[in-house]
Ligand binder design. Structure first.
Ligand code: DGP
Length: 115
């Protein structure tokens, strides 16, 4: 499988503003932020998109993505007012990068439904 831009960020082949890392997860600021806080939280293993998640196999990893989101939301002080977590899956959702990522968005009032 061809490397995505996110695997290059994991391998430090291209720079990113990394805000959190552990053995299985990396988090960095989105290059095109849609809110005052906009962080991408990704697994280090390559899972292209949500439809390739297998519950039993990836349960621990998914838990770690959410742990990272909660930790960062606290650190960025958006946990009290609220924030949004988004996974875009496929063309209709506007997924651009085919390496699973959770968007953590906060720091402003959001609208619903999303565009
Ligand atoms: P999605 O539409 O869910 O696939 O979102 C991909 C996001 O990735 C989009 O908000 C922009 C961001 N992005 C794309 N290329 C780069 C990059 O090279 N660095 C960083 N930090 N973010 C990127």
């Amino acid at each position: 499988m061809a490397d995505t831009i996110f695997s290059k960020i994991i391998k430090r082949e291209i720079p990113a503003d990394i805000v959190y890392e552990n053995d299985s997860v990396l988090a960095f600021r989105d290059i095109n932020p849609q809110a005052p806080v906009h962080i991408l939280i990704i697994p280090k293993v390559e899972i292209p998109k949500v439809t390739e998640i297998e519950g039993k196999k990836h349960a621990q990893l998914l838990g770690e993505l959410f742990d990272a989101a909660n930790k960062l939301a606290k650190e960025m002080k958006i946990d009290k007012d609220g924030f949004r977590l988004v996974f875009n899956c496929g063309d209709n959702a506007g997924q651009e990068v085919y390496h699973l990522h959770m968007h953590l968005l906060g720091g402003r009032k959001m609208t619903w439904p999303p565009g």
